[in-house]
Design a protein around this ligand. Structure first.
Ligand code: MOS
Length: 737
């Protein structure tokens, strides 16, 4: 049997949750009306390293409405170290490990009372001098104990890089740096925690309800089945909501302490430290090539910061292993422990920061060789994964370069720096390669066809603003043979079938596979019911001769009028509902194929030669990212990634006080992100791909590739405009004068 509904997937359907979002009907973690709710506000450390010598909570406790002040002196027992990274600080001792560590929680009847109470908590510290500068502490760089994501080793070597580099006719060896950046999702971190006996209910702003469930249960020493986590809407995550941080557990502990539900929201400034950030990186790229532009040696090394008590690696050099055909490739990652919070994933962790270095270096090599930057990349096009020596499951990078160059008008570019002008302004054109791996994890879903001919499909998962509700509605509609209006797709509850974290651009591929499978199985069941039933007009037909469309089964034979609705079938069998559950997981495809998305980024910048001000004036991005589930939401994801990259290139930089290590621009007034006036019209195009190897629907994932290569494309355009090569992000105007 087939469905005649294949056109549903891919359509630019507007968000099915759009109405709820624009009318305030979408409830976020801090917006659930819970009876007898209390409000918790955390007090954060004002030093980066030391001990709490004395904490005086008396004045806070006297504030009317304040119910309790939780500190290390009275906090319930909890364990912040469950292995697997992201150690939590749960008020179990008086040690301060970083600036803005939570050191007390004030719980009150109203938010105002809690804020006032928190302002009255007095703390005396034994302050120690913190190590907060990565460059001053490079002697402490060490080989991490943990591995890169997906269990990749921290270091790799194929061939003999050093020997090969020595023989290279042309070399580029440069150091590039990227600063600390903070995520700043529109919705801050927030948790509502309520105990019902020994059951804990959590409404949490999270990218991973099941991870949060396990983490909180582990920290509190209770079974995960005693924790139910819900997250129906998330106002942006970008990676910082990919782990459950200390405040989530603290909310649950506070609710225990006052024996009432607790709502805990972090303020914007409170998010600079205890919930991760993109770490500062120092990267070295060495490229050795023949005069003809053939790469023979490629090395990418990264040093990034971590905390003194935990490891997070920004895997900057991962891409270097697979992106260009070089016989000799070496990569490594080292960590420098600093007295700051533990860094974390931020949109394309590693690929975004690493591509700035590698794709800048490729541009430098193009200039050193006097070869066009696209031509240089084509001369080093990897026909197979150079390190794994595996074929690609699909790769449309050549098509992306061609389409991008054509749309952008690249052939009109005069490569000479400072050669293109618009009046007094210097114009620069730059490009870079984009790439991101295709990830997928086990996921489950349940599909129910109801007696009224509608369907409900459920799968734990999250919609972090990316459009999960919408694209899964489309996938379910296609599989079930129903119109999208008849599908209700539900997510965001650990009582639903288990799914992975919405990180690593894997939700569509993972959850989509499960929804597809569950939908297909439910449709098969209803078909079997009909075909085996003498009362059905379809009785006795072969399954292959039946089409499911718009909630009805039809005979494929056009001359036959045999048809029956889902409602009719269920009614005749006295069924209120027919359901199928599917557990979908990846097979061994990664052993046979290297699986990645590819794309190209083309930037035009206009530089004011007097002020050094850089404006991005034009953008073309072309991507081969597998099957597009929804042309509108997909385009939005890519545009969002590019905008994020513009911020990375030109603005974003979390600055710390050089003596005490406190972040000093911890708000949206001083931490600059792009606004509409900073963003040009962005032209996003997809190269159609049909990848039969990666997963049943051929989905590659699009949440992160959009930012990759963006900062390099801008830096390369700035070089073309000004003749100045900026190797340290962000490219602020002072660096151009
Ligand atoms: Mo993404 S930084 O893997 O949430």
């Amino acid at each position: 049997m087939s469905t005649g509904n294949d056109a549903i997937v891919g359509k630019p359907l507007s968000r099915v949750d759009g109405h709820l979002k624009v009318t305030g009907g979408a409830r976020y973690a801090a917006e659930f009306p819970v009876a007898k709710i209390t409000h918790a506000v955390t007090v954060q450390s004002t030093i980066s390293k030391g001990k709490i010598a004395r904490i005086d909570t008396k004045a806070a406790e006297k504030v009317p409405g304040v119910l309790a002040v939780m500190t290390h002196l009275n906090a319930p027992k909890a364990s912040g170290d469950q292995g697997g990274g992201r150690k939590l600080q749960l008020l179990q001792d008086n040690i301060v490990l970083y600036d803005r560590q939570h050191i007390a929680v004030v719980i009150a009847d109203t938010l105002e009372q809690a804020i006032h109470g928190a302002s009255l908590v007095k703390v005396r510290y034994d302050e120690q001098k913190p190590n907060i500068n990565i460059k001053d502490n490079l002697d402490k760089a060490y080989l991490p104990k943990s591995k890169l994501p997906r269990n990749e080793p921290t270091d790799s070597s194929s061939g003999n890089f050093s020997q090969a580099l020595a023989t290279a006719a042309v070399r580029v060896e440069q150091t590039y740096t990227t600063p600390i950046e903070n995520h700043n999702p529109m919705e801050p971190h927030a948790t509502t925690a309520a105990w019902q006996g020994d059951q804990l209910l959590l409404y949490d702003a999270t990218q991973g309800i099941f991870q949060a469930q396990k983490k909180v249960a582990g920290a509190l020493g209770i079974p995960p089945t005693n924790v139910r986590t819900m997250s129906y809407f998330v106002g942006g995550g970008f990676g910082c909501k990919g782990s459950a941080w200390s405040h989530v557990v603290l909310a649950a502990m506070a609710a225990r302490l006052v024996n009432r539900p607790v709502k805990l929201v972090l303020g914007r400034m409170q998010m600079y430290g205890p919930v991760g950030f993109r770490p500062e990186t120092i990267q070295q790229v060495s490229l050795g090539a023949t005069r003809e532009g053939k790469l023979i040696a490629l090395r990418h090394t990264g040093v990034s910061q971590t905390s003194t008590f935990d490891e997070f690696i920004e895997p900057v050099a991962k891409t270097a292993k697979m992106i260009y055909a070089s016989e000799h490739i070496e990569t490594s990652h080292r960590l420098v422990p600093l007295d700051m919070g533990t860094p974390t994933y931020m949109r394309a962790p590693g690929e975004a920061s690493g591509s700035f270095a590698l794709e800048s270096a490729m541009d430098e090599l193009a200039y050193a060789l006097n070869i066009d930057p696209i031509e240089l990349r084509l001369r080093n096009y990897a026909e197979v994964d150079p390190t794994k020596q595996l074929p690609w499951s699909s790769k449309s990078l050549k098509e992306c370069y061609t389409l991008g160059a054509e749309k952008f008008g690249w052939q009109k570019r005069n490569p000479k720096p400072r050669s293109m002008r618009d009046g007094n302004y210097l114009i620069g054109w730059g490009m870079a390669t984009a790439t991101y791996p295709t990830n997928r994890s086990p996921a489950s879903a349940i599909a129910q066809i109801m007696a009224d001919g509608t369907a409900v499909v459920r799968s734990g998962s999250q919609d972090i603003g990316t459009g999960t509700y919408t694209v899964m509605t489309q996938v379910a509609a296609e599989a079930l043979g129903l119109p999208v209006e008849k599908i209700r797709f539900e997510l965001g509850d650990t009582n639903m079938p288990e799914t992975p974290v919405s990180g690593g651009s894997q939700t569509a591929a993972s959850v989509g596979s499960a929804v597809h499978l569950a939908g297909n199985q439910a449709r098969s069941k209803i078909l079997q019911l009909a075909l085996a039933d003498q009362r059905s007009p379809l009785y006795g037909l072969n399954p292959e001769d039946v089409i499911a469309q718009n909630g009805s089964l039809f005979s494929k034979d056009k001359s036959s009028s045999k048809t029956e609705t889902y409602e009719g079938i269920l009614e005749r069998h006295g069924l209120k509902m027919l359901e199928a559950r599917a557990d979908a997981k990846p097979g061994d495809e990664k052993e046979h194929y290297s699986m990645h998305s590819f794309g190209s980024q083309f930037a035009e910048v206009r530089v004011n030669p007097d002020s050094g001000e850089v404006r991005v004036t034009r953008w073309v991005g072309t991507y081969g990212v597998g099957r597009i589930l929804n042309d509108k939401t997909a385009r939005s994801q890519l545009i969002g990634g590019i905008v994020y990259g513009i911020g990375m290139a030109l603005m974003e930089h979390t600055i710390s006080d050089p003596k005490r290590g406190r972040f000093i621009n911890a708000d949206l007034a001083e931490y600059h992100v792009p606004v509409n006036a900073d963003v040009p019209v962005i032209d996003v195009m997809f190269v159609p791909e049909n990848d039969p190897h990666i997963n049943p629907l051929g989905i590659k994932g699009i949440g992160e590739i959009g930012i990759t290569g963006v900062a390099a494309a801008i830096a390369n355009a700035v070089y073309h405009a000004t003749g100045k090569r900026i190797r340290d992000l962000p490219i602020t105007l002072d660096k151009l004068l």
